[in-house]
Each structure stands twice: as C-alpha cells, then as structure tokens.
Design a protein around this ligand. Structure first.
Ligand code: ADP
Ligand code: ZN
Ligand code: ZN
Length: 671
C-alpha cells in the first residue's frame, strides 16, 4: 500500500461510494473549475469510472489519499448542495454495509428511489380524501393500557419492547394508539409489516383511524408513487410510514417510534443481493435515532425471546383475546403403521369429508421447506442421521446419495431399515402438487386451490385466490406457510399440517421453530370468531417432546425447550454465523474458490469455525454448480473482524473472478 501523500494546497480529496460490486471507496480530486454546488458529505456527484460516468455519493472530504494524487481523477459535477439522505439514515446504511458486507455504493444507490436517480422533480400533493369518518379508538383493557404507558414513557429514548400477544389480543389497537400518542407529540411512526399482510384491508384500517397522509412503501408500487411517499416521510408531511422491509430505509424528519408487526416473519430478511434483516436494522436505527421500538407477535422468534431473557428487550404481554371464541382442538395423529395415500391418512381424509359435507372449508399445509426429503422407515420411525453431527442425512436425488449438510459425510441409501429390517423405507418427499392430485381423486366435486410459489407469482394472483376463499368458492385450500398469518377465512373449520416430521427432522435447525410458529398462528385464528374447530398434525413421532410441549403446554414453553437445544448444540442465538455461497458453470470452481476463502480465514489471527465447503442442497441450478462455506463463532465481533480482514483479499483473488459469490451474515435460509 502507498504511504499517505501530503496534499498540495489546492487539492481536496473526495471519497466517493460508487454503485459497483467492489467493496471499496474511491478517491477523486475536486477540480479547480467552478462547480454549481460545493461538495458536502452525503451529496451525490458524477464521477468518471472506467469508460463510464457514474453517480456516486460523497462519504468523506479529506486532504490526503493512499493513492498518488496525480493519478486521481477529478469529479465531473456535484449534483446537489445538500444530502438527500439524512445523516442518521446514512449512518445506518454505513453500519449496514459493514455489518452485512455489502458494497456501500450499491447500498446508497438502492436506498434512494430510482425516480431521483433520473433527476426528476416531484409535486407533493397533500390533499386527503375528505369522505373518511375516522374510527374512534377503542377503550383499552388493562394490559393494552399498560403496554401503551410503558412505550410512551420511553418516547425520546432507545428502548426495545416485545409486544407478546396472542392473535386477536389487540396488538393492532395498541399500535394505533401508540401512533396517536406519537402524532400528539409531533413525531413520526414507521411501521413494518410482512409482505403478505400489506393488503388493502390493513391499509384501510390505518387510513380509517388516521385522517393524515400515510406514506406506503413496498416493492409493488410505481417509481413515482414510491418517490412521493419517500419525500412525504422525509419532509415530515406523512406522520405514518407503513411498509414492507424496504421501508426500513425511509428518511424521516421527526422519527419518534418504530413498530414491527409479526416480527418473527421471514419476509423481513432479504434473501438476495443485500441480505439484511429489516428487524435487526430497524433496531439499529431506533438506537441511532433514540426511539422506542415495538416488536409485536404471538410467536416471538427465538432470537427475540433470547433478547427478552437477557433483559435487552422489555416484554409486554397481552394475555387475553379481545373477542370470545373457543380454542380449537389440536390433534396429534400418529401415522406409524398406517397406510397413507400420498401422505394423507385415512383419518385425515375422513375428517376432510366430514368438514366438506358440513359445507365448511378445509386448509392443508405442507411445509415448503426441506427441499430435500428425509429418508425414513414408516414401520419404526427410523431415519438416517449423520454419525458426526446431530442432524439428518438428506437425500440428493440426482445421484441417489444421502448427505449431511453440516459435514462432508455421505452414504448410500440402505435397501432396508437398519433398525427393524423392514424393506419399506421411504423418501418423505411430498409436494403440494402431489397432495392436490390425491385430493382431486378423493373429492372430485370439491373446488381445490393450491397456493405456493408455482401458482402465485404476485400479490394480485394471491389476492384473487384469497378472494375466492372468502367468497366461499374454494372448498379445499392447499398451501405453504404463506397462508399462515393475517388471513381470516370465516368458513374454515379444519386445518391439517400434513407433514410435521419434515420440519421436526429437517436439516434446517430453524425448521422446528417455524413449524411451532405455524401451528400457533393457525390455532390462534380461532379467536377471530370463525368456525375453526380442529387442527390436525400428522406425525410418525407422536411422542416428540417439542410437539407435545407445544400442543399441551404453550408456545413459550416450546421456545424454552428449543433454547436449551440451541444452547447445547451451540447454534444461534448462542453463536453467530455467516454463509459464503459460490456458484460457477465449471463444477470445480465454486469449491476451489471456497477452499481459497477457507485458507484466507485460517490465516487470520482470530479464528472462526469453518464448515465446508459442501455442495449446496440444490447442487446444480440453472447450469451452475453451487457450494457453500459456513462460518461460525461465539462472538459477533470476531465474525465481523475476520470478514473485514479477509474480504478485500478474497475479492482481489483471481479465483473470485471465476465464480459468482456472496456473503450472508446471520443467514436464515441455509439449506
Ligand atoms: P391482533 O393485532 O393482536 O391480532 P387486533 O388489534 O386486530 O388484534 O384486535 C382483534 C379484535 O379485537 C379486533 O376486532 C379489535 O377491534 C378488537 N379489539 C382490540 N382491542 C379491543 C378492546 N380494548 N376492546 C374491544 N375490542 C378490542
Ligand atoms: Zn424400521
Ligand atoms: Zn454430519
């Protein structure tokens, strides 16, 4: 590296973040010609970059560079006098760039609505529909009032809360009265909700309560609408900002309160490009902006529960349902020794018939997770586990082997059960499509609708499918987890979770937590005054302790058990992980690259545990061979330090040019 060069009097160095995948900031000099605006930190500038001219953001103004000053190019233009992104938000983005190891230039570029990139102006209309008669706030019960008092007492202070309330316990009412308190204090509220919940009904509920501009931000709006909402929030015109995870980065003039509804929801984690957790980033933002933040859910994520136990978050409980309704019966149905019809027991089929005959609706869940199925014996419940890890062996169908996703172990598929010698060992590999076919055969008269990634590609399609359920035209609904929350089907009386085992014995250590959330969320909907009478869980492990704790005790006891398990196996939240993925057309390249990464990591002073490289669960996709390397350590700081030290070398290495690679810090989806 060059030593710092002293600047000559006229030379001012501008450090500029550029939308490029390179994880570094570029130095430019300020030209001696007159510029329209004086450069200021956070302002965007046009700079020459290779043969292109790009828009970057000034991150620092300095008087030195590690490069010879003569080699630095002058910037072309300063685009604005003042930064469009407020300082605190830029600080958050900087922090996020470092934490998630994502290039700052790309991050700053995407944080700004595309509309402004094209330098267009906007006219902000603030007129509101005058026809709305606002709904009045409900009289709060004691628990709701206490929750609100706790949060409002902390306005102006960073303090995280878990609003722990069963479905229908009045969390949304608490949010709304908190928002009202924030408005009265001249503060803005940012509320994040899961993608699937951002329906016209949700929006209407807020609009009817608050006759004020609400800035709504999600991915399915036009560039112009998004830019308008963004500016309304930035200028303080909109006291309420409501959106999906991408709304985390909305600038606010007077931030006062942050809320995340259904904080456990997976859609708060972005799974590609910038792999951030909106929940975790909003917590960071609340800390930077000195605001209270409320995480609401009936089924807290284990990480959140851990934070409550560590007294980092204060727990607020809403123990009672606002309406009166009966709890549904939850039945654990033992399917050992039972003949199944494409995964459906005779008991379940009979129940479906009964509920359909009563003109009710039936919902079947099939865990979409666990892409690779489990190999097991239906006679004795045996399943192939890894000798070296506490995990299942996963069937890789293309070459008929069983593999452990935690180590390199591989074995052939046994021809008979090693425990009871029964030859009938089976790959549990049910898909929603297979169930749909089986049900169509049994119930030719029924109207069956399947909701999964193959049938639903956008919000519109989902909405029209859900409309059909509401209208009563759908008799049987088959779906993945996307149907679990927020929806309220008045004629639904039976819910079945077809395959609990694939979640209980998944390679993904988070699968149990998710199935627990699903069951609790589903059963909780009985409180909405619908007919839901029965929840059926099919399993070959009816004695499973986790399952029985959930069904016969409650979700929180179940979480406590899971925590013990995670602690014993040193998995998150008792450790910190990062996943490095690589893929290439050449079968060996991803592996070679990851081995190089492993060497770089081994050369560090601080050591992290490295598992792999191992083939990705879907080893070949779209002609690319994929592999991954899992980093794990018990200190967050170590992980960060090691990544900061090694990534520049890794990025510069020639093997990095032969693969597509990414870093996923705190990965949620690893399998
Ligand atoms: P959650 O968000 O926890 O699922 P909601 O806030 O949607 O619960 O409340 C569920 C139902 O109970 C709604 O119909 C709501 O209007 C009603 N509700 C909430 N709080 C009260 C209250 N204090 N008194 C009467 N009804 C209430
Ligand atoms: Zn057996
Ligand atoms: Zn193993």
């Amino acid at each position: 590296m060059n030593t710092s060069q002293l600047y000559t009097k006229q030379q001012i160095i501008l450090r500029v973040a550029i939308p490029s995948p390179l994880r570094r900031i570029f130095d430019y000099v300020l030209p001696e010609t007159d510029l329209e605006f004086a450069p200021s930190i956070g302002a965007r500038v046009l700079v020459p970059f290779g043969r292109q001219t790009l828009t970057g953001t000034i991150t620092a103004i300095a008087d030195n560079s590690t490069w010879p000053i003569k080699q630095l190019k002058p910037i072309v233009q300063v685009l604005e006098a003042e930064a469009l992104i407020p300082n605190k938000l830029r600080e958050l983005l900087l922090w996020a760039s470092n934490y998630y190891q994502y290039p700052l230039g790309l991050l700053l570029d995407s944080a700004m609505p595309a509309w402004f990139r094209k330098n267009k102006t906007l006219e902000l209309k603030t007129a509101l529909p005058s026809t709305i008669i606002p709904t009045t706030p409900l009289e709060l019960n004691l628990a709701q009032q206490q929750a609100i008092d706790q949060v409002t007492a902390n306005f102006g202070i960073f303090k995280p809360f878990l609003l722990d309330g069963i479905t229908g316990s009045g969390k949304t009412e608490v949010y709304m009265q908190l928002i009202a308190a924030a408005i009265a204090a001249n503060k803005q509220t940012l509320i994040l909700i899961p993608e699937i919940n951002l329906t016209p009904q949700t929006l209407a509920r807020f609009q009817q309560r608050f006759p004020v501009p609400i800035a709504v931000l999600h991915s399915q709006i036009t560039e112009k609408t998004r830019a308008t909402a963004w500016l309304q929030a930035k200028q303080g015109i909109a006291p309420i900002i409501l959106g999906t995870r991408l709304a985390t980065f909305t600038p606010m003039k007077n931030p006062g309160l942050f809320i995340i509804d259904e904080e456990h929801d997976l859609s708060f984690k972005q799974q590609d490009h910038f792999r951030y957790s909106a929940r975790d980033l909003l917590l960071k933002r609340a800390q930077l902006e000195q605001c209270p933040i409320v995480l609401g859910t009936a089924t807290p994520a284990l990480e959140t529960w851990h934070n409550v136990k560590q007294q980092r978050y204060q727990r607020l409980v809403l123990p009672v349902r606002a309406g009166v309704a009966q709890k549904p019966v939850i039945e654990i149905v033992d399917i050992r020794h039972k003949k199944l019809d494409h995964g459906l027991s005779h008991y379940l089929l009979a129940q479906i018939k009964e509920h359909l005959d009563n003109k009710n609706q039936v919902l079947l869940f099939l865990n979409r997770r666990g892409y690779a199925p489990v190999i097991m014996c239906f006679k004795c419940g045996w399943h192939q586990t890894c000798q070296r890890c506490d995990s299942n062996m996963i069937l890789h169908a293309h070459n008929q082997t069983l593999r452990c996703h935690h180590c390199e172990a591989q074995t052939a598929i046994p021809s008979a059960c090693p425990k009871c010698a029964d030859p009938g060992i089976t790959a549990v590999g049910l898909g929603t499509q297979r169930i749909e076919q089986a049900l169509a055969k049994h119930f030719p008269q029924a109207n069956i609708s399947r909701v999964d990634r193959d049938t639903v590609h956008n919000k519109k399609q989902l909405e029209s499918m859900l409309d059909a359920v509401h209208a009563g035209t759908t008799d049987i609904l088959i779906g993945t987890q996307m149907l679990a929350k927020g929806h309220h089907f008045p004629n639904l009386s039976l819910v079945a979770i077809v395959d609990i085992d694939s979640a209980l014995f998944s390679a993904d250590f988070r699968a149990t937590e998710r199935i627990g959330q699903l069951i609790t969320q589903v059963a909780g909907r009985a409180g909405r005054g619908n007919k839901l009478g029965k929840v059926i869980l099919q399993t070959t492990h009816p004695e499973n302790i986790l399952l029985n704790t959930l069904v016969h005790k409650n979700y929180h006891e179940f979480l406590e058990l899971l925590m013990q398990e995670r602690k014993a196996t040193k998995l998150p939240p008792y450790s910190y992980q990062a996943l490095i993925r690589a893929e290439a057309k050449n079968p060996a390249s991803a592996n070679d690259f990851l081995n190089m990464v492993k060497q770089q990591l081994a050369a560090c002073q601080l050591q992290v545990n490295c598992q792999g490289p191992i083939p990705a669960p879907m080893e070949k996709r779209q002609g690319f061979y994929r592999a991954q390397l899992l980093l794990q350590t018990d200190k967050r700081k170590i992980l960060q330090t090691v990544l900061n030290q090694t990534l520049p070398n890794i990025e510069a290495h020639k093997l990095a040019r032969s693969v597509r690679w990414s870093v996923d810090v705190d990965p949620l989806d690893m399998y």
